[in-house]
Write a protein that binds this ligand. Sequence first.
Ligand code: FEO
Length: 394
Amino acid sequence: MPFRELRSGIYSVGAIDWDRRLFDELIPLPDGTSYNAYLIKGSEKTALLDTVDPAKDHELVSNLEKLGIKSIDFIIAHHAEQDHSGTIPLILKMYPNAKVVTNPKCKVMLMDLLQIPDEKFITVVDGEMISLGDKTLEFLYTPWVHWPETMSTYLKEEGILFSCDFFGSHLATSDLWVTDQPRVYESAKRYYAEIMMPFRAAIKKNLEKIKDLDIKMIAPSHGPVYDEPQFILDAYKDWISDQVKNEVVIPYVSMHDSTRRMVDYFVHALMERGITVKPFNLTKTDIGELAKALVDTATVVIASPTVLAGPHPAAVYAAYLANALRPKTKFASVIGSYGWGGKTVEMIKGSLSNLNVELLEPVMVKGYPKEEDFKALDRLADGILEKHRGLKLI
Ligand code: FEO
């Protein structure tokens, strides 16, 4: 991608990865992503904020060459994950006088992951500033978005917050700025769900920490730049709040249609009661979409047949994922069918131990669901309605 100017002397110099479809060999990227790096030329010094994934190092190098950058004084490393740090060794070779500026935790990780030698670092404490002459960088520790060492930089004179993964979105777009807020909202929410949701409490503290800054722009390291930052700040405040929605998310899998018939009936029953329902067929679903749905749902009901005496492995995966992502969900239950026995309910319940949820009476059916089984599903739907009413969600 070509370099673009955000403000006088401040450039976006990173890369767009239009084709990437999987991150960490785990997270689907339906819309690609970008690895944003920013160059800030001060009257005396020059700083590069983050680099790019090594697969795209040539794009960063090309932008620095086109800008005629002869020296870099500081490489600011906000985060040690390699999609931002992986090209630091190459930049250090190109600009041997540059120092890597980061916090002590990130320094250790960069030494471990990229074997950058000790003498290349300058470490900064929370709130420390570095002057580039007419521009001042203030370093703010913003841990756990999503690793323990993550930090942000506030460019004081321009009111720009460089936030790395924080506020980012996996979205490949030729637009430098957010031009389509609904689209970016969905991508940013998905990204929050996938990697930041487990650290909701820490993110709440980070939002508190930046609340008095005069932020005119947020420049993350994935996705477009927010020139109306209140949009994403408000979205994050909503996601990290304790507020849940009148929704039931149903991750489900069915082998011979018994569980699917239950899910169909249950979806219908919930809709009749005015509850938003989001079923996810686990053999087809994109786990990023499931994670996003978990951000603010009040209730999760996992639906699984019994196979090999326990839940279907796809349902185990969904339960494991929900447990790891720690959504603010308030209620959970299990529905499904079995042939002759097994421990499906106990095993799913056991794998949701991180969630602070009230478990509602499960509905497990022998074989294909019958009249009394549908009545049990109606009772579960009534129970969910009552719980949602109790929280004034409906
Ligand atoms: Fe975009 Fe956590 O790296």
